[in-house]
Design a protein around this ligand. Structure first.
Ligand SMILES: O=P(O)(O)O[C@H]1O[C@H](CO)[C@@H](O)[C@H]1O
Length: 346
C-alpha cells in the first residue's frame, strides 16, 4: 500500500518547523496544537518532497500528456492557455494541497495540453505573497511541475514601467531581478534545504537564460515587434498596494526598469531546481514618479493591457515553446551521441 504523505507525516513523531520571523527552528510533535499553530501561522515549510511527489502522481494519473515546458500566466495573460490543444484542465481547488487563486485575472487552474504539438503545462493563475500565502507556498506548483518532468519554464507577468522610455503595451524580456522581499529576509528557499531539488546556495547570475533571451529577441524581429520589445531588470515588492512615488524614485536610481508583485519567488524555486528560465513582463502601466501627476494606476488597466496584447503574446510564447522544445531535442540527441561514443570508447 502506498504511504499517504499526510499519514506519513502524522506517524513521524517530531518535525522541525522553521520560523522566518525569528529565523529559528523549533521541534513540534505532529498533531500537536503547537505544530498546527505553526502551520496556521504559515511559519513551517509543510510541503515535504514526498507530499509534492504525491501531488505530481495525482496529476500524472489523470493526464497522459508529459510536458517538459511549463508556463505561468501573469495578470490578464491567462488567455495564453487558451491556445493549447488536447486540453486537460484542473481547477486548483480539486488538486490536493494546492492553494486557491484569489486575484481577479488569475483563473486558478492548471492546464495541460499541446502548443503546436509540444506538450506543455500552464498555470492559468499564480499565487502572490499579498494573498496571504508564504512564498514557499506561492511557488510550490513549480516543484510539482519539476516532479512531473518540466525542466524549462516561461514566466510571464504584468508590471509597471519605471524606465522613462517604457510605454504600456511594451514587452520587457527579464534579464535580471531585484528581490526586495529577499532583502527583507523573505525567500521561498528559506528553511531546511531539500537537496533532491537543488543545493543550499545557488548562484543567480545565469538564472535568466541568455540563449533563450537571444532567441526571444530574434523571434521579436521575425514578428516585427522589436520596436516595443525591451530587455530589463524587474523588481518585486510584496504588494498589494502599488508603489509610492518615493519608492519608485529610489528603485529607478537603483537600475530597476519595471516593478511587480510576483515572478521572483517562482524564478528562485525553478532555478534552484535546475530549470531553464525565460521570463518577460508585459508593461501594463506607467509608474508615476512625479508629484504633479494625478494619474492613478489600477488593476483593471493592468488586465486590459494584457487583453490588448493577447494575440502577439500568444504568438511569442508559442514560438518560444517551439524553440525550447527544439533545444531540448538537440541536447537529448547530443547526450545520446555522447553516451554512444562513451560505449564505443570503453
Ligand atoms: O505579477 P502578476 O501576477 O502578473 O500581477 C501583477 O498585477 C497585479 C497588480 O495589478 C499584481 O499581482 C502584480 O504582480
Amino acid at each position: 500500500m502506498k504511504t499517504d504523505p499526510i499519514s506519513f507525516a502524522a506517524s513521524s513523531p517530531m518535525r522541525a518547523a522553521y520560523s522566518p520571523l525569528t529565523h529559528s527552528f523549533s521541534s513540534f510533535k505532529i498533531g500537536t496544537p503547537n505544530l498546527d499553530a505553526a502551520i496556521a501561522a504559515n511559519n513551517s515549510n509543510f510541503y515535504t518532497y514526498e507530499l509534492l511527489q504525491s501531488i505530481a502522481e495525482w496529476l500524472k494519473k489523470r493526464v497522459d500528456i508529459r510536458p517538459t515546458v511549463g508556463i505561468i500566466c501573469g495578470s490578464g495573460l491567462g488567455s495564453l492557455a487558451d491556445t493549447l490543444t488536447e486540453r486537460n484542465t484542473f481547477p486548483y481547488e480539486v488538486i490536493p494541497h494546492f492553494p486557491k487563486s484569489t486575484v481577479h485575472g488569475h483563473e486558478g487552474q492548471l492546464v495541460f495540453g499541446k502548443l503546436k504539438g509540444v506538450p506543455v503545462v500552464c498555470m492559468q493563475g499564480r499565487f502572490h505573497y499579498y494573498e496571504g500565502y508564504p512564498l514557499w507556498k506561492c511557488s510550490m506548483p513549480i516543484r510539482v511541475m519539476k516532479l512531473i518532468g518540466v525542466n524549462q519554464l516561461i514566466v510571464t507577468n504584468a508590471a509597471g514601467g519605471l524606465h522613462s522610455d517604457y510605454q504600456p503595451g511594451d514587452i520587457m524580456i527579464m534579464k535580471d531581478h531585484v528581490n526586495l522581499m529577499g532583502f527583507a529576509g523573505n525567500n521561498p528557499l528559506q528553511g531546511v534545504n531539500e537537496e533532491r531539488f537543488g543545493p543550499r546556495f545557488i548562484a543567480m547570475n545565469r538564472a535568466y537564460d541568455k540563449e533563450l533571451r537571444d532567441h526571444a529577441k530574434k523571434i521579436s524581429k521575425d514578428l516585427g515587434i522589436e520596436s516595443f520589445v525591451r530587455e530589463g531588470v524587474y523588481a518585486v515588492l510584496g504588494g498589494p498596494n502599488f508603489e509610492t512615488i518615493a519608492e519608485l524614485r529610489l528603485l529607478k536610481t537603483c537600475g530597476v526598469d519595471a516593478v511587480g508583485m510576483s515572478t521572483v519567488h517562482e524564478v528562485l524555486t525553478a532555478h534552484h531546481a535546475g530549470m531553464r528560465i525565460f521570463a518577460f513582463s508585459l508593461i501594463s502601466n506607467k509608474c508615476v514618479t512625479d508629484y504633479d501627476d494625478d494619474y492613478e494606476v489600477n488593476h483593471a488597466e493592468v488586465i486590459d493591457t494584457g487583453k490588448m496584447r493577447e494575440p502577439i503574446l500568444k504568438e511569442l510564447v508559442t514560438r518560444m515553446v517551439l524553440k525550447m522544445s527544439e533545444l531540448e531535442n538537440e541536447s537529448a540527441s547530443a547526450n545520446n551521441i555522447d553516451s554512444a561514443s562513451l560505449m564505443f570508447d570503453y
